[in-house]
Design a protein around this ligand. Structure first.
Ligand SMILES: [Zn+2]
Ligand SMILES: [Zn+2]
Length: 549
């Protein structure tokens, strides 16, 4: 039975933007596509990033035959070290993607132990029962691929992240021919990028940015600071081209930016000659009108370089009046508020800030609706599985496919953790598997759960109330009045009356129900929470500790 079923298991990126990861399973064989991270939303306090839940793989480590990484963006590569802590399997990636993965693995001291293979668009490769064909896709980073996977159940096409750009930065458009070839051979299912499924028309070409950069560069009198993702290699190339045209030199700031640029230049994917790159110290000594500083932090991350510059806490230099700051990337949903705060602060410090949509200094790397339709026309799949996107994106993708005549029952909109199964060419949904968030917080992986996040939210919103109970060892009665202190909860003036009532309430709780099963601390915590909520409508974190005498 099981041997006849092909399972497509979304472990990340379905129902969210980020941490893309898919497992394809047939019999005793699992193929993994991508292992990305997601940046925390601003209500996930203290979290560095989020990785997919590897629970399903942890019980099947021996079945994983290979890991394919479609391109070098963080939301496809960022969790690789964590994945390799769980499974051991060869990794397949194109030259640039491999180079960027190596930067990551070297930093984690893992590079020597990893079995890496370079593939290129056009290559064919067999892994277990899967025959893979890689094809080139155009995106905001060079060397991206999608894949055709011939399985015993039929041909599956995975788009990766793609757009149809006729004038891409590296001159290499998406492989229409290969997609049409798949279409003519008959495709069981298409797994296609949905990130921009709610955008009409076509995504503008990368080439449109050249004019936008030119006009901003012409207007800038002082230094130009450009914020983007360290893995947006095509954008870095465009900035370099503009730098050359306007006789400015570039300086890269921040570890990931420096390392990625170095690797991409070494491999020939970033064409910048030596005389156009200077170290930061040198750039800071130069005439401001000759300088471009490339850095990260376009998502409003407080600890990023732009984040620190906006607050005046970056060690190497400060924003000065006359600086032009260009944010050349789109907000990841959920980050808008933080980004706006950073922009305001940069303006406050005297910079001129250029950002989307007021300025066309960013184009998306993802297909808009017309491109999604073209992909469907070329590939002509029997089934569509929208991937990469929040539920609204997946739903819009599904609607668009319906408009094109794909029957609704042949479109599977699912979120992480719901496997899609093909048995005898028929689609059904499998039993749910773990597909949630695993938080990475400092050095800890998964030790911060939703409960901790909820506590941090309460702390940030309503503060903390600590209660000390001094109890008699034998009778468990209070030996004296409970002590209550608080931080970030209410004004001391208001607190006196409130806490007096709270102390009385706690006494009643302790003396009132002696036969309760739970610990005194828990009971006091619960009752005090109820009491404070009714009096103040707030829910501080309550911390009760008892000592006996
Ligand atoms: Zn991407
Ligand atoms: Zn992506």
């Amino acid at each position: 039975m099981a041997a006849k079923t092909l399972r497509i298991i979304p472990l990340g990126g379905l129902g969210e933007v980020g941490k893309n990861m898919m497992a394809i399973e047939y019999g005793e064989n699992i193929l993994i596509i991508d292992a990305g991270i997601m940046f925390p939303e601003n209500d996930m306090l203290g979290i560095d990033y989020i990785i997919p839940d590897f629970g399903y793989l942890r019980e099947r480590t021996g079945l994983v035959r290979g890991i394919i990484i479609t391109h070098g963006h963080e939301d496809h590569t960022g969790a690789i070290r964590h994945l390799l802590d769980v499974v051991t399997a060869p990794i397949y990636a194109t030259r640039l993607t491999r180079g960027l993965l190596e930067v990551k693995l070297r930093r984690g001291g893992m590079l020597e132990d990893v079995d890496m293979h370079t593939i290129e668009a056009g290559d064919k490769l067999s892994i277990g029962p899967f025959d893979l064909e890689f094809f080139h896709v155009c995106h905001s980073i060079p060397d991206g691929v999608g894949l055709g996977i011939t399985t015993p159940s039929g041909l599956i096409v995975h788009s990766g992240d793609y757009k149809f750009d006729h004038t891409p930065v590296d001159g290499w458009p998406t492989d229409f021919g290969k997609l049409a070839d798949f279409g003519s051979r008959g495709v069981l299912a298409l797994l296609a990028d949905s990130t921009n499924s709610d955008r009409t028309g076509w995504t503008p070409s990368e080439a449109t940015l050249d004019t936008a950069f030119d006009s901003v560069f012409r207007a800038a009198q002082g230094r130009i600071l450009i914020g983007t993702f360290a893995s947006l290699i095509s954008r870095i190339q465009q900035v370099a081209n503009a730098a050359r045209r306007h006789n400015r030199v570039m300086s890269f700031v921040g570890t990931s930016m420096v390392e990625n640029a170095r690797m991409a230049r070494k491999l020939g994917y970033l064409d910048i000659s030596d005389e156009f790159i200077v170290p930061l110290e040198q750039a800071l000594q130069m005439k401001p009108s000759r300088v471009i500083i490339m850095c990260t932090g376009t998502q409003g991350e407080p600890m990023s370089i732009l984040g620190r510059l906006s607050k005046g806490t970056y060690r190497a230099f400060d924003i000065q009046p006359g600086d032009t700051v260009i944010l050349s990337s789109a907000p990841i949903p959920g980050n808008e508020e933080m980004i706006h705060r950073t922009i305001n602060r940069l303006f406050q410090r005297g910079a001129d800030v250029r950002y989307e949509p007021i300025e066309p200094i960013h184009v998306s790397g993802h297909a808009s609706r017309e491109e999604s339709k073209l992909l469907l026309q070329l590939v002509k799949p029997k089934y569509l599985i929208p991937i990469h996107g929040e539920l609204r994106h997946l739903k819009q993708h599904a609607k668009l496919a319906e408009e094109m005549g794909i029957p609704p029952e042949n479109i599977a909109v699912v979120e992480n953790g719901t496997p899609i199964e093909f048995t005898d060419g028929k689609l059904s949904l499998g039993e749910r598997i773990p597909g949630g968030y695993v938080f990475v917080d400092g050095s800890g992986v998964g030790d911060v759960g939703p409960r901790v996040i909820r506590e941090r939210e309460s702390l940030a919103r309503d503060g903390i109330v600590a209660v000390h109970l001094m109890l008699d060892r034998k009778t468990e009665k209070l030996l004296c009045d409970p002590e209550i202190v608080s931080k970030g909860f209410v004004f001391t003036r208001d607190a006196e009356i409130l806490f007096e009532d709270a102390r009385r309430h706690i006494r009643e709780v302790i003396e009132g129900n002696e036969n309760e099963e739970d610990e005194i601390e828990e009971r006091v915590e619960r009752e005090l929470a109820r009491f404070l909520k009714s009096r103040t409508r707030r829910r501080p974190v309550i911390f009760v500790f008892a000592s006996v005498s």
